[in-house]
Design a protein around this ligand. Structure first.
Ligand code: DP6
Length: 356
């Protein structure tokens, strides 16, 4: 809705979750959110997981306010402020810096955002949330440009949720961050057989947030330098595997990068543990399944939390699901919700709940 005469302007957008196959971990600039390495991700279908944000501006709002999943949050967050200010700056530039004739810039905003999945449980909710906020604000202020750089100011991984399909976030080399942007490697239609299984081990808030975790790793892990050296080659190889739809190479690089990321977490002081016993059992199950098939059929990857994301091909979904249900049987109460999203086509997340 866009009704300046009624003195309210309102925009609602949705944005997808992305799961990194080459992880972003560590910033070279905290303020601009510039990473120490490039990363690669797969954007998931919005049918199961998405953020939805409504932004409103009105001269009758006395101050800026925001709500996340129905609960009011402080607007003092530096990241929210940076993102909002950057978009407003674009608007000012568009109007040649004349704020007097542009009432919209003086109006206060209200932001309402909701996720249809657990926030802060390591399910990339901040990525979808900030991508959605950047996009909604750009529509509200009617500005255009590379929004990935704006979303990045909210949360680094958010810049990859600006595109569907397979996405690279180039770390860039400029000090002002102007070349630290994301771009699509291949569209969502490129590899229609690829499937994602999200195994929800826990929907509790993660023990240490990504921002603090990566600061600790960068400061204290000796292995981190080695990781930073290794990533460029992994990025090139996985991009090639994606373009060739070479599942074996894609899967092996994905697992290796996840393990390397959790290794530098463990090498931090004090060590950071994101994986639980159930996460480790999932890792063992995937390796046992792959070796029994004599070929790599499934890949796992874990973000800053215990939940697993499995990549596999459509033809193997049935077999892998029945293995998971066998080794992690649902509680009687969860029978109806244990597996969700089976019908959704394309790169769809099938949610399997493995409560511990
Ligand atoms: C492990 O994007 O949440 O999921 O930029 O500090 O907000 P901030 O971090 P965030 O970190 C995501 C880390 C990760 C890996 C990834 O998604 O690449």
């Amino acid at each position: 809705m866009d009704n300046m005469e009624d003195n309210i302007k309102c925009v609602t957008c949705t944005a997808p979750v992305n799961i990194a196959v080459i992880k972003y971990w560590g910033k070279r600039d905290e303020e601009l959110v510039l990473p120490v390495n490039s990363s690669v991700s797969v954007t998931l279908d919005q049918a199961q997981l998405r953020a939805k944000t409504t932004v409103m501006a009105s001269p009758s709002f006395p101050n800026d306010r925001m709500w996340l999943n129905g609960k009011e949050q402080s607007m003092d967050s530096k990241r929210i402020q940076n993102l909002l200010n950057e978009i407003k700056q674009w608007r000012k530039e568009k109007h040649n810096g004349d704020t007097c004739t542009d009432g919209l810039l003086m109006w206060k905003v209200h932001i309402c955002s909701e996720n249809n999945f657990p926030t802060a449980a390591g399910l990339a909710s901040s990525a979808a949330g900030y991508a959605c906020l950047a996009y909604s604000l750009a529509k509200l202020y009617n500005v255009e440009g590379d929004l990935s750089a704006i979303a990045r100011r909210g949360s680094g991984s958010a810049c990859r949720s600006m595109y569907g399909g397979f996405v690279e976030w180039d770390m860039g080399s400029q000090e002002d961050g102007s070349d630290s942007v994301s771009r699509q490697i291949a569209s969502e239609n490129h590899w229609p057989e690829l499937r994602v299984l999200l195994l929800v081990v826990s929907d509790q808030q993660k023990s240490m947030g990504s921002t603090e975790g990566m600061q600790a790793t960068l400061k204290t892990s000796q292995l981190m330098d080695r990781r930073i050296q290794c990533v460029p080659e992994s990025v090139e190889k996985i991009k090639e595997a994606i373009l060739k739809k070479d599942f074996k190479t894609f899967a092996e690089i994905t697992m290796k990068d996840s393990n390397q990321f959790h290794a530098v977490c463990l090498d931090s002081c004090p060590p950071i543990f994101y994986l639980t016993d159930v996460s480790k059992q999932i890792i063992q199950l995937v390796h046992a399944f792959n070796s029994s098939c004599g070929i790599t059929k499934v890949a796992y990857t874990f973000d800053a939390g215990p939940n697993a994301c499995l990549y596999l091909l459509e033809e193997d979904v049935g077999r892998v699901l029945s293995l998971i249900c066998h080794f992690f049987p649902p509680d009687k109460d969860d029978l109806n919700t244990f597996v969700q999203g089976l019908q959704t086509p394309s790169i769809s997340p099938l949610k399997v709940l493995l409560w511990t």
